[in-house]
Design a protein around this ligand. Structure first.
Ligand code: NAD
Ligand code: TYD
Length: 343
C-alpha cells in the first residue's frame, strides 16, 4: 500500500542510510526528508535519492511548528532522527541540544498528534541509561543520563512516552547503541580517528582508553528501524545493539592495523568530563520481533575504513570547515595538533 513517510534528520548519517533503504525496499513509499542542514547535515548524503520521484527534500527546522505542520500533511509514518548528536559539542555548548532535541521533539509530537499519524518512531539512544555498571540495561532500566546530550535525549524520550500515554499517539521508541559506517560525520570516534590517521595526525584517546562501547553497523541499525516501524508495538521501547563490545583502545588498534599506520599516533589525553565507562544493552525485545544483526564486525569496520579512504572528497571539505571546533577541542583535551612522523 502506498505510504508517505517523513524522516527528520535525513541528511545526516543514519537518516540518509534509512532514506535510501526505504526508497529501495518499499517501491510504493514516498519519502519526505525534513532537515535543517546544520553542520552535520549534507545534501550529498542523499545524492542517490535525488531525481527519484518518490523522494522529496524539505530544508526546514524541527523547531518551526509551521514548517513541521506543512511537512506532516498527508503523512502516514514519521521517523524522527533530527538531533544534535555529539557529546563533546554538548559539553562545550549545550543550547542547541535543548532546543532541537527536547523542544524540537515536542513540536514533532504535537503536530503528529494534531495530524493523526499512524506510526511515530522516535530514535532515542542507549546513552539515556548512563553508564552500565555490571548487567546490560533492559528497556525498563532507569534513565541516568550524564552528558547534556544524553539528558536532552532522555527528555525527548520521556516526552515521546508521555504522548503515547496521554494522547494515545502511536509512538515507538528505539534506543540504539554506538553506530558506525560510511558517511558518519568525522567528529565521532571511528571516522574522526580514520581521517586523522590518514593525515598522520595524533589520535586523542580520552582517559585510559578502556571505556567500552557496543558497536552497531549502520545497515543493521537501519533494518532495526524498519522492523520496529512496521512490527513494533505502539508505546513500547526497543534497545538495539549487536553485542560488539570493544574498548576504545581496541578500536584504535584495529583502525591503525587496517590503515597500516603506526601505534605512535595514539595520544592519551585528559578524560572527557562525566565520561560514561560502558554502555551495554539487553536486546531480547527487538530480537523477539525478528531482528538480528547481520554484519560481521571486523568486515564492517574494514568496509567503513575503505569508504573513508576512497571518499576523501566527502570529508576533506568538512575538516576544513570545522577548524574552529577542532582547535577548541584540541586545546581543551590537550591534543597535539601537528603531524606525527615515523611511519
Ligand atoms: P547526525 O548528527 O549525523 O545527523 C543529524 C541530522 O539532523 C543532520 O542532518 C542535521 O542537519 C539534522 N538536524 C539537526 N538539528 C536539526 C533541526 N533543528 N531541525 C532539522 N534537522 C536538524 O546524527 P546521526 O548520527 O545520524 O543520528 C541520528 C539520530 O540517531 C539522532 O537522534 C541520534 O541521537 C540517534 N542515535 C545516533 C547514534 C550514533 O551512534 N550515531 C546512536 C544511537 C542513536
Ligand atoms: P563518540 O564517537 O563521541 O560517541 P559517544 O560519546 O556518543 O559514545 O565517542 C565514542 C567513544 O570514544 C567515547 O568513549 C569517547 C571516545 N573518544 C575518544 O577517546 N577520543 C575522541 O577523540 C573521541 C571523538 C571519542
Amino acid at each position: 500500500m502506498s505510504k508517505r513517510v517523513l524522516i527528520t534528520g535525513g541528511a545526516g548519517f543514519i537518516g540518509s542510510h534509512l532514506t535510501l533503504y526505504l526508497l529501495h525496499r518499499y517501491p510504493e513509499y514516498e519519502v519526505i526528508v525534513l532537515d535543517a542542514l546544520t553542520y552535520a547535515g549534507n545534501r550529498a548524503n542523499l545524492r542517490e535519492a535525488e531525481g527519484n520521484r518518490r523522494f522529496h527534500f524539505l530544508h526546514a527546522d524541527v523547531r518551526s511548528r509551521d514548517a513541521v505542520q506543512e511537512a506532516m500533511q498527508g503523512v502516514h509514518m514519521v521517523v524522527h532522527l533530527a538531533a544534535e548528536t555529539h557529546v563533546d559539542r554538548s559539553i562545550l555548548n549545550p543550547d542547541a541540544f535543548i532546543t532541537t532535541d527536547v523542544y524540537g521533539t515536542f513540536v514533532m509530537l504535537e503536530v503528529a498528534r494534531q495530524v493523526g499519524v499512524e506510526r511515530f518512531l522516535h530514535v532515542s539512544t542507549d546513552e539515556v541509561y548512563g553508564p552500565a555498571e555490571t548487567a546490560a540495561c533492559a528497556e525498563d532500566a532507569p534513565m541516568r543520563p550524564t552528558s547534556p546530550y544524553a539528558a536532552s535525549k532522555a527528555g525527548a524520550d520521556l516526552l515521546a512516552q508521555a504522548y503515547h500515554k496521554t494522547y494515545h499517539l502511536p509512538v515507538l521508541i528505539v534506543r540504539p547503541s554506538n553506530t558506525f559506517g560510511p558517511r558518519q560525520y568525522p567528529e565521532k570516534l571511528i571516522p574522526f580517528f580514520v581521517t586523522r590517521a590518514l593525515n598522520d595526525l595524533p589520535l586523542p584517546l580520552y582517559g585510559d582508553g578502556k571505556q567500552v562501547r557496543d558497536w552497531l553497523y549502520v545497515a543493521d541499525h537501519v533494518r532495526a528501524l524498519d522492523i520496529v516501524l512496521h512490527k513494533g508495538q505502539p508505546g513500547e521501547v526497543y534497545n538495539v545493539a549487536a553485542n560488539n563490545e570493544r574498548t576504545n583502545l581496541e578500536i584504535t588498534h584495529k583502525l591503525l592495523q587496517i590503515l597500516g599506520k603506526p601505534e605512535a599516533l595514539i595520544q592519551f589525553v585528559q578524560d572527557r568530563p562525566a565520561h560514561d565507562r560502558r554502555y551495554a544493552l539487553n536486546t531480547d525485545k527487538i530480537r523477539a520481533l525478528g531482528w538480528q544483526p547481520q554484519a560481521d564486525f571486523d568486515t564492517a569496520l574494514r568496509e567503513t575504513v575503505r569508504w573513508y579512504v576512497q571518499n576523501r572528497d566527502w570529508w576533506e571539505p568538512i575538516l576544513q570547515q570545522q577548524t574552529e571546533y577542532r582547535q577548541f577541542v584540541e586545546q581543551w583535551y590537550g591534543v597535539r595538533g601537528q603531524t606525527v612522523s615515523g611511519r
